[in-house]
Write a protein that binds this ligand. Structure first.
Ligand SMILES: NC(=O)c1ccc[n+]([C@@H]2O[C@H](COP(=O)([O-])OP(=O)(O)OC[C@H]3O[C@@H](n4cnc5c(N)ncnc54)[C@H](O)[C@@H]3O)[C@@H](O)[C@H]2O)c1
Length: 414
């Protein structure tokens, strides 16, 4: 089977390598450097499983049928499936996702190939695929929500929580194609997943084929729930901090309830990363004429949390002459190389708006400045020069400077 993938970011590359175990995969990107790296067997992103797959392919231990290309014809012609995994940034002017890269990829696929099923993996507004299907008069558009975490992109596809495919209701061929794609994703997963026991008593990877719009809603409601959970424990922390209570004691007591559980309960500076901020805003936009309170509150809570954190930092440096606020890592999670929409950048903006000097420690950033703030790559220099060290997540690098650290990472995990 020939499969084309448009976009070799977190989603596209993990999809491409997963599928290249059993299929001929051609991944297209518009960035020549990425394509060149991939064809040398190097990963453009930090992801242990992606690097291991590329290494094993080179050594012949796990041969993959994978090539990267800049040429749409080479990628798309003759493909049975074409996966679209290009960015959908939130456009704050339009109050909607910018879906132009998805449309550019779909147009290039349709130009080169009149039979391939097109699987949109990018996160899109609820109702988007149905709208496009009608506009283009093309029955080949399917949608599959992607649930991976950055830093664990391929791992999460090898061990998927679930596989969801959206297909137009009533279109038997499209529904059959959706099932066929579910099977391809399951075939690429770790073989042990086929016999795993799920909490609901079922065996194997839970798989759903639903309507197109329901599949899109599953993605945005899943991420908005995760944002809600982060925002909830962050507001619990804001309350405890404001009242002089132990956040850890309260969270431990709350989360011992088996209905609440302890996942995703570690306070932070706010929810962030590429997806949660934009996906919550998009879901709110989709609610435009539907009554709601909670979705707005989830979006607003992140702003309020960052305001609170910035005020706490400011309070802690009162009385210090010419204070330097040290920002330890721009990333959202420890072990990540990506700082798109990280919460700490929102904190930096607020602190700088108050006229404070910021010094950044970010070893993955090859630059001397970040938005006008000095960047150092020397951790000892950073620790020495910072009056306070602001860290969204704790790291052993920070040992020895405990008295300077301001973090809300109570459980020392993501
Ligand atoms: N990153 C995540 O954790 C994650 C998780 C689930 C869903 N998603 C969604 O998946 C989509 C992609 O996210 P990502 O993090 O992989 O993005 P990314 O920015 O890491 O990668 C996207 C890639 O697409 C390429 N590209 C842009 N336009 C193209 C075109 N016309 N043809 C071919 N390639 C093109 C870019 O050069 C880039 O390499 C987004 O909609 C995102 O919301 C991301």
């Amino acid at each position: 089977m020939k499969i084309a993938v448009a976009g070799t970011g977190y989603v596209g590359l993990s999809m491409a390598l997963l599928l290249a175990q059993h299929n001929e995969v051609h991944a297209l990107d518009i960035i020549p450097e990425k394509v060149a790296m991939l064809n040398k067997g190097e990963s453009p992103i930090v992801d242990a499983e992606i690097s291991a797959f590329l290494d094993d392919d080179k050594s012949g231990e796990r041969p993959l049928s994978f090539t990267a290309t800049l040429n749409p014809k080479e990628a798309y012609e003759g493909a049975d499936f074409a996966v679209v995994a290009t960015p959908t940034n939130y456009d704050s002017q339009q109050n909607y996702f910018d879906t132009s890269s998805v449309e550019a990829a779909i147009s290039a696929i349709r130009e080169a190939n009149s039979t391939a099923w097109i699987i949109i993996k990018s996160t899109i507004p609820v109702g988007y695929t149905e709208h496009l299907r009608t506009r283009l008069g093309d029955e080949r558009l399917l949608f599959s929500p992607e649930f991976l975490r950055e830093g664990h992109a391929l791992y999460d596809n090898l061990h998927p929580s679930r596989i969801v495919l959206g297909a137009p209701t009533g279109n038997r061929q499209a529904i059959a194609a959706a099932h066929a794609f579910v099977d391809l994703l399951a075939q690429g997963a770790d073989p042990a997943e086929c016999s795993r026991q799920n909490e609901d008593g079922s065996t194997g990877i839970p798989s759903l084929v639903v309507g197109l719009t329901e599949a899109e809603a599953i993605k945005l409601f899943s991420n908005t729930y995760l944002a809600l959970r982060v925002a909830y424990f962050n507001e619990l922390d804001t309350y405890a901090e404001s009242r002089g209570l132990s956040t850890g004691a309260i969270i431990n007591g709350v989360c011992l309830d088996p209905r609440i559980r302890s996942d995703y309960n570690n306070p932070s500076f706010g929810y962030g990363g590429y997806c949660l901020p934009k996906d919550t805003k998009q879901l709110l936009a989709n609610y435009s004429d539907v009554p709601q309170n909670l979705i707005s509150a989830i979006v607003d809570a992140n702003r309020t949390r960052k305001d609170f954190i910035a005020s706490e930092i400011e309070e802690r440096i009162q009385g210090i002459e010419n204070p330097v606020v040290g920002v330890y890592r721009l990333t959202m999670k420890s072990g990540s190389d990506n700082f798109r929409q990280s919460a700490i950048q929102g904190i930096m903006k607020r602190i700088k708006a108050r006229g404070l000097t910021v010094l950044v420690y970010e070893p993955t950033l090859d630059a001397a400045e970040f938005f006008g703030s000095e960047v150092t790559h020397d951790i000892e220099d950073f620790k020495r020069r910072s009056s306070i060290i602001v860290a969204n997540r704790w790291h052993d690098d920070l040992k020895g400077s405990e008295e300077k650290i301001y973090t809300r990472d109570l459980f020392k995990r993501d």
